[in-house]
Design a binder for this molecule. Structure first.
Ligand code: PFF
Length: 451
């Protein structure tokens, strides 16, 4: 087999991981889960979970990847043997399913970006905004942009680690920073900014106490999704590390940057929504599209703002999508000795096909997202935490210490953080996720099938 590729630079690895982490989760999902969770109360719990479970969990994936230099299926077979190798397959299915609809939603952003350039948004009322979303999200347009987005993802992954992914993220991630910071500065000048900041930044502990049953699992799920955890993607990226570097430091940088992006997005989105008098607590997948296009039509310079915003999201989504496809491709290369280009084409093509139904009816988005995000991803994260915390803690600690030196009590604290908080939070989230999904299957989905 050809020699396994490695990152050319440390920055390359960090940017690729940040590029994976920062995506639709930060920009499309984050504001709407913050809205659902009552604004600042959600933000507070989310930040707590990032530190408490996000940081320990990202290190879990890093040590497994760097130790084995294998894709997650091979890695778990090597480290755990027996039944553990099946966990690798869970990851495989999760990445496959998530990318199939992730690409569809990303395609909508590309479409909105182009609409801004060719026609402007020009929607004066909520009905017009919803009608526009209807034409973009369902039908031929949606299919075409899904195809386009998948083709771009396949192209970059086919080029390989150094010439494709590393080069792409070196351009994309800095571009994202510049775009988002400029948008946040502009948003600060809008008339609704003050009200928006108050909504976003002053936590109401009463709201937390009242809604903790939904707030906790949602915040945990968001923390996992946004950091690209529970799916083995970070195992794959860490498997391309050529030398032993300080993984704790890299992990801290990556988590901080992803969190900074998410928080910054709130500084962009909420002032725009409040200034346009739209409702921040709409609860549908289209919410951000309705409220933002309406807002972009109502504020000065709105079209330029819209083009920049939707373009930013499309770039962020692309750098996340390549990490998902890279996972599937790494598996085909490692396990079946496929050539990279063939692997990218076969994997990307099949993922594209799975996403096709989503472009025709949004019920399939709920069907796939509920299964992959609320169940598989949490299950994967949970099993991995059990594996590292209880089955192979010594190997994990030994691997983490490479490039750092003596871990001392930090190593012990890390393993205990994985053993208890990560496991407990994910176990609770899994139970609630399964209950919610069964409700969806027997409710909305059964209704759709019947009617
Ligand atoms: N972290 C990405 C986001 O926030 O959009 C989504 C994602 C990418 C999740 C890759 C999981 C993953 F493996």
């Amino acid at each position: 087999m050809a020699q396994r590729e490695t990152w050319a630079t440390r920055t390359g690895f960090i940017l690729a991981a940040v590029g994976s982490a920062v995506g639709l989760g930060n920009i499309w999902r984050f504001p709407f889960v913050v809205g659902e969770g009552g604004g600042s109360a959600f933000l507070f719990v989310y930040l707590l979970f990032i530190v408490l479970i996000g940081v320990p969990a990202i290190l879990v994936e890093f040590v497994i990847g760097r130790r084995t230099k294998l894709n997650p299926v091979g890695a778990l077979r090597e480290l755990g043997g027996g039944l553990w190798k099946y966990l690798g397959y869970v990851f495989f299915v999760t990445a496959f399913v998530i990318l199939s609809y992730y690409s569809v939603v990303a395609g909508w952003f590309v479409r909105y970006f182009l609409i801004g350039i060719t026609d402007g948004y020009g929607v004066e009322d909520p009905e017009a905004a919803q009608a526009l979303f209807g034409t973009v999200s369902v039908g031929l347009d949606s299919l075409a942009f899904h195809a386009l987005f998948m083709a771009a993802t396949i192209g970059i992954v086919a080029l390989g680690i150094r010439r494709g992914i590393e080069l792409a993220v070196k351009v994309m991630v800095p571009a994202l920073v510049v775009l988002l910071v400029s948008l946040a500065v502009y948003a600060a000048t809008l008339p609704g900014a003050g009200e928006a900041y108050a909504y976003y930044l002053s936590p109401d502990f009463g709201v937390i106490a009242e809604n903790w049953q939904t707030l906790l699992p949602d915040a945990a799920g968001q923390a996992f999704f946004t950091l690209s955890l529970g799916m083995g993607v970070m195992i794959v990226y860490a498997s391309y590390l050529g030398e032993d570097r300080n993984l704790a430091e890299d992990g801290a940088i990556i988590v901080s940057l992803d969190t900074a992006f998410a928080v910054l997005v709130g500084f962009v989105v909420f002032p725009i929504i409040f200034s346009a008098g739209a409702d921040p607590e709409q609860e549908t997948v289209g919410a951000i599209f309705f409220s933002l296009t309406e807002a972009f039509s109502g504020v000065t310079g709105g079209t330029v703002l819209g083009v920049l915003f939707f373009g930013t999201v499309a770039i962020a989504a692309l750098s996340s999508a390549i990490s998902l496809l890279e996972f599937v491709v790494a598996y085909f290369i490692d396990e079946f000795g496929l050539e990279r280009r063939t692997a990218a084409l076969v994997a990307g093509g099949s993922i594209f096909l799975l996403g096709v139904p989503v472009t025709q009816d949004l019920i399939f988005l709920d069907l796939l997202d509920g299964f992959a995000d609320a169940i598989l991803l949490v299950l994967g994260g949970l099993m991995l935490a059990v594996f590292v915390g209880w089955v192979a803690p010594d190997v994990a600690r030994d691997e983490l210490s490479r490039g750092i030196g003596e871990l001392g009590s930090w190593g012990v604290a890390w393993i205990w953080a994985v053993r208890i908080p990560v496991v407990v939070v994910l176990a609770v989230a899994l139970v609630l996720g399964v209950i919610g999904y069964v409700e969806f299957l027997t409710g909305d989905f059964a209704g759709w099938l019947g009617g």
